[in-house]
Design a protein around this ligand. Structure first.
Ligand SMILES: Nc1ncnc2c1ncn2[C@@H]1O[C@H](COP(=O)(O)OP(=O)(O)OP(=O)(O)O)[C@@H](O)[C@H]1O
Ligand SMILES: [Mg+2]
Length: 307
């Protein structure tokens, strides 16, 4: 680890091993952790009158398809004409650049990072600063600071949607982001396994702990359609609706197991880019539901609040 002092801007020292400007010395990281989020640079999305809807994509356990759902939902929302951005908050297991097919690193203008984009979606990720096979080890304060920089040192402007892909589990990342973005909406991804009982409890517990509102559940890996045209429910059935019922929120959609989705995630061709396919149309419908049916009510219009 290096002994560089805290750099204001991400990315500038890419050629020296770009991770180093995020892995600032622990002293300064610890100091910044002790600040309240709003004591530092203001987080643009948490200010009044900002139109951006922030969607945190979470799950009770790993490997259920959070990153795939984040990527494809972002592309589907963009296809609907929205300005969409994605923050890959999984700093250990980043996957968004590969899934979106972004190969260019961010550029720097006036100490701000300009996020690269693909399929109409702008994104920032540790993947732009670390090599894929390079372990990234974070202490809580460093993680907190890095997430803050993803929000404040990137020239996001004011997208219609900012999707945030959370790491598996219910840890520090969600707590930090909930502090920075108290108005964000949480979407929970789950599989159809009815063992979702404990997952439900964990997901609900996390949302409650960070005081965020769960807006809906997305069931992934719901079925596989064989060559015989039959649907096989490889991971059981009912987990998504059971979780949604338990949390008192709608089930926003069911996504089948589709080899093209996996392949598209691996090579940067998200299936949602083509809404004419069956899987593309499923993401298009989830995007419609998120945009229209879950449209926030007056709670977000803080300018209307009478003090
Ligand atoms: N509906 C699907 N059909 C086919 N493959 C899928 C589907 N959903 C996810 N996958 C594949 O499953 C793997 C795990 O998905 P993904 O990385 O999106 O999960 P995750 O919840 O983000 O994982 P982690 O908890 O590790 O962050 C990936 O290889 C992805 O391509
Ligand atoms: Mg992931």
């Amino acid at each position: 680890m290096n002994s560089h002092t805290n750099k204001k801007c991400l990315g500038i020292q890419k050629n020296r091993g770009a991770v180093e400007f995020l892995l600032m010395n622990e002293e300064s990281a610890t100091e910044s952790h002790q600040e309240r989020p709003h004591d530092g640079a203001p987080v643009p999305f948490s200010e009044a009158n900002v139109k951006t809807r922030v969607l945190l994509v979470a799950s009770g356990k790993g490997g259920v398809g959070k990153s795939s759902v984040t990527t494809n939902l972002a592309v589907a929302l963009s296809k609907r004409g929205n300005d969409v951005a994605v923050i890959d908050a999984d700093v250990w297991g980043f996957s968004i650049p590969r899934m979106l097919g972004i190969t260019e690193p961010p550029t720097v203008i006036d100490d701000m990072l300009i996020p690269p984009s693909a399929h109409g979606v702008r994104s920032i990720s540790m993947g732009f600063f670390a090599e894929e096979d390079q372990p990234v080890i974070w202490r809580g304060p460093m993680l907190h600071k890095a997430l803050n920089q993803f929000l404040t040192d990137v020239a996001w402007d004011e997208p219609d949607f900012l999707l945030i892909d959370l790491p598996p589990g219910t840890g520090d990342t969600a707590i930090s982001l909930a502090g920075f973005l108290p108005d964000s909406e949480m979407l929970i991804v789950t599989t159809p396994q009815i063992a979702a009982q404990s997952v439900a409890q964990r997901a609900a517990f996390m949302a409650e702990k960070v005081e965020l509102e769960v807006k809906g559940v997305i069931e992934n890996m719901s079925w596989f359609t064989g060559d015989d045209g039959q649907r096989y429910e490889l991971f059981g059935e009912g987990g998504g609706s059971a979780l949604a019922e338990k949390l008192g929120v709608p089930l926003l959609g069911q996504i089948p197991l589709v080899p093209t989705l996996r392949a598209g995630s691996d090579n940067g061709n998200p299936v949602a880019a083509d809404p004419s396919t069956e899987i593309g149309s499923i993401f298009a419908e989830i995007a419609r539901v998120v945009e229209e049916d879950l449209k926030p009510s007056k709670r977000r219009h803080r300018e209307l609040k009478i003090n």
